[in-house]
Design a protein around this ligand. Structure first.
Ligand code: HEC
Length: 160
């Protein structure tokens, strides 16, 4: 059976107007589809209540209160903090952003931090032990009776 030309035309027009995400429309990354997964993977571990980051970066509202600072810190690679020299091998817990991730975050900041469609649910950190970033047998340092310690030795017992 042949479709009437008007039906085919209407179908084509409908396809042409399938709404694109704001990211695809403007070329600017969005929080929900592009930036939040990076922040969840590389920042939230420290930037959540009770952890060492000075402010929470769990939600769009949290993050957009700090966008200028975040853009600069990410572009300059000050955040996430990572002091190991990549010239000396690869580390399993390397938390640096890839060049592509840096570009995404910077483009998002410069593009006006669009939220994007839907909601991003931050990971559930319930299983993460509070303070786990700096705990482990090697960090428990009993002090002498004078309260001062001259030296200590660290024996890694597992991933931290
Ligand atoms: C290992 C823990 C850790 C990770 C991971 C981390 N941060 Fe931080 N961040 C900190 C700490 C600690 C400070 C406070 C540093 C200081 O005051 O010198 C900080 C400070 C900042 C600040 C400056 C706040 C201010 O007062 O101006 C920004 C912005 C920031 N972090 C963004 C990020 C972003 C974005 C990421 C991920 C790409 C990230 N951080 C990942 C620990 C972390």
């Amino acid at each position: 059976m042949r479709h009437a030309p008007t039906t085919v035309l209407a179908g084509l027009l409908a396809l042409a107007f399938v709404p694109l995400s704001s990211s695809a429309q403007s070329g600017v990354p969005t929080w929900t589809s592009d930036v939040a997964p990076i922040v969840a993977d590389k920042c939230m571990n420290c930037h959540r209540p009770g952890q060492i980051g000075p402010m929470s970066l769990l939600t769009y509202e949290d993050v957009t209160a700090w966008t200028a600072s975040i853009g600069m810190m990410v572009e300059e690679r000050i955040m996430p903090p990572w002091h190991a020299d990549p010239a000396y091998g690869h580390f399993g817990n390397d938390r640096r952003l890839s060049d592509e991730q840096v570009e995404t975050v910077v483009a998002w900041v410069e593009g006006g931090t669009p939220r994007g469609a839907g909601e991003f649910e931050p990971p559930d950190f319930a299983d993460a032990t509070d303070g786990f970033l700096l705990t482990g047998a090697c960090w428990v340092l009993p002090t002498t009776s004078s309260g001062w310690r001259k030296a200590s030795r660290c024996r890694p017992a597992g991933p931290i």
